[in-house]
Design a protein around this ligand. Structure first.
Ligand code: DCP
Ligand code: CA
Ligand code: CA
Length: 369
């Protein structure tokens, strides 16, 4: 059965760190603004984090050395500023909050980027999705004062590439029937996962555009790049991508707490209850597709005092057995140290890690083939 057409957006903030600096100091707007990561060895050692579009006209962009940026902006009234990550985080979270309100499902992928599934909000209509994106942009502009570019498409892959088509303050809608025409002429390195090295290899095979890649024999791609990547490149070039927009979840932790049938100091009784809580937590965890690195227990004693203890695991995991084991250890230790009976117990996991987007995509792709 064919999947119903989805409508997915990717919103990417324009020249983000530099735009934040312009926001708090509008006098910068007409000047080249360069945000630098200063390594501190000499005054000019370090690299450009990003630059506003005025500076980009002079060939200044992310990743180039600062001394080169300075040279390119010689005799120009340019402004160089160090990264102020905390401030950019604040602006980012305000924007993300707004974007979230427009989505059925929302997945933030970096400080300045998020995917939105808007299929239902737009009633399955790309026309409505376009209006939604316009509204969203106006909303963010009014409430926070920053611009971003939006790509709209039938999946994440197309949305991401579309978001890059008209920057800054862009809005590009690619309907399902237009996907092939949209992708074909673009350079092959526009496909996520095709970096410098791979695009060089592809160019050597005569693959310059995404259209070339789509027409290239998939078996040969597999021979050159391996099964997972070869098949992925083939599908990506055809604009095929079934990755869902994964709700990242707002909470930094998941916890459950419950009252025991009777006050107790019996480990078995406590664990029977925490096992139920763990089941519940695990369901939540799977749904959010995160791993945890910290496990905590909470005990509310008969005098109503609240005690908590936690344990950090060596590596992040999503394994329910590892969670049970950690909870058992924590309660064993806790009961050995405390005299009072316990009235309520709780379990909490935190320090979430999301799988690397790229890896996740490739793995789940692999699993589906
Ligand atoms: N960034 C960085 N070093 C890089 C690339 C990016 O520090 N090599 C930081 C600064 C950017 C932010 O991440 O502002 C977002 O990166 P983008 O690639 O989205 O680039 P910009 O938002 O700066 O520009 P654009 O308007 O092209 O999206
Ligand atoms: Ca950006
Ligand atoms: Ca980005």
């Amino acid at each position: 059965m064919p999947l119903p057409t989805r409508i997915v957006m990717l919103a990417d903030l324009d020249y983000f760190f530099a735009q934040c600096e312009e926001l708090r100091n509008p006098a910068l707007k007409d000047k080249p603004v360069v945000i630098g990561v200063y390594s501190g060895r000499t005054e000019d050692s370090g690299a450009v984090s990003t630059a506003n579009y005025v500076a980009r006209k002079y060939g200044v962009k992310s990743g180039i050395p600062l001394y080169l940026a300075k040279r390119r902006l010689q005799n120009v009234d340019a402004v160089f500023l160090p990264v102020d990550y905390e401030y950019y985080e604040q602006i980012s979270s305000k924007i993300m909050q707004i974007l979230k309100g427009y989505a059925d499902a929302f997945e933030q992928v970096s400080i300045d980027e998020a995917y939105l599934d808007v299929t239902q909000k737009a009633h399955g209509s790309f026309e409505e999705a376009k209006r939604l994106a316009e509204q969203m942009k106006a909303d963010a502009k009014r409430q926070v004062g920053v611009t971003f570019s939006v790509g709209v498409g039938p999946n994440k892959l197309v949305a991401k590439i579309a978001s890059n088509a008209e920057k800054p303050d862009g809005l590009t809608v690619v309907r399902p029937e237009a996907v092939t025409a949209f992708l074909s002429p673009l350079a092959v390195d526009r496909v996520l996962g095709v970096g410098k090295k791979i695009s060089k290899k592809m160019n050597a095979l005569g693959i310059k555009t995404i259209g070339d890649l789509a027409r290239y024999d998939v078996q040969k791609l597999v021979e050159v790049f391996g099964k997972t990547s070869g098949v992925y490149f083939h599908n990506a070039a055809k604009g095929v991508d079934n990755e869902p927009v994964q709700e990242t979840g707002e909470a930094e932790s998941i916890s459950r707490i419950s009252t025991l049938k009777e006050n107790t100091r019996d480990l078995a009784v406590v664990l029977e209850k925490t096992d139920q809580l763990i089941e519940d937590i695990h369901k939540d965890l799977v749904q959010r597709n995160v791993s945890f690195k910290q496990v905590g227990i909470i005990a509310i004693m008969t005098d109503l005092s609240v005690r908590s203890q936690s344990k950090t695991l060596e590596t992040a995991t999503n394994d329910v057995e590892a969670l049970r084991q950690a909870v058992r250890e924590l309660f064993e230790k806790f009961l050995g140290e405390s005299e009072l009976e316990i009235r309520r117990v709780g379990v909490k996991i935190s320090h979430f890690a999301k799988e690397e987007a790229e890896q996740k995509r490739l793995t789940s792709f692999f699993q589906s083939t």
